[in-house]
Design a protein around this ligand. Structure first.
Ligand code: CO
Length: 141
């Protein structure tokens, strides 16, 4: 569903869960040859993330810093690899309000702090056909 009040979405990044960021970088950066643009600890998500330059849609490698974090539990359940798809939005709070009104189940009713000064929120996979979706709003320049 779309209407004139809802601007189109663009993929910001693919989030990939990794148990060991340095080991993951030895593939992505050293073997595949992708440029590492940033490594950052994100305390709110209890994770360390690396961003790779892969065009408009970046690649985010996420290593848990706490086994009880969302990424830690994901890996502990035996899953690994692609964890979420992130879409860039202009006004995350307005988007979340709109989605809630449309009956979409949210992991975060309000945005939380993401990496690089962003505000982020996740939509629950129960409402999305099993895909974990992250919305990202960048700080205004
Ligand atoms: Co992400």
């Amino acid at each position: 569903m779309n209407d004139s009040t809802t601007p189109p979405l663009a993929i910001d990044h693919l989030g990939i869960a990794v148990p060991d960021l340095d080991a993951a970088l030895s593939f992505w950066r050293d073997q595949l040859g992708v440029t590492l643009t940033a490594i950052e600890e994100v305390p709110e998500q209890r994770a360390r993330v690396a961003f790779l330059a892969t065009g408009a849609a970046k690649t985010e490698l996420i290593e848990p810093t706490d086994p009880d974090s969302a990424i830690g539990k994901f890996l502990a359940s035996g899953r690994k690899g692609i964890h979420h798809i992130a879409y860039r939005v202009d006004d995350i709070s307005a988007r979340l309000r709109e989605l809630r009104e449309r009956g979409v189940e949210l992991v975060h009713a309000e945005p939380v702090a993401g990496s690089r000064g962003t505000k982020v929120a996740f939509l629950h996979p129960r409402s999305t056909g099993g895909v974990l979706i992250e919305l990202v709003e960048y700080p205004r320049a």
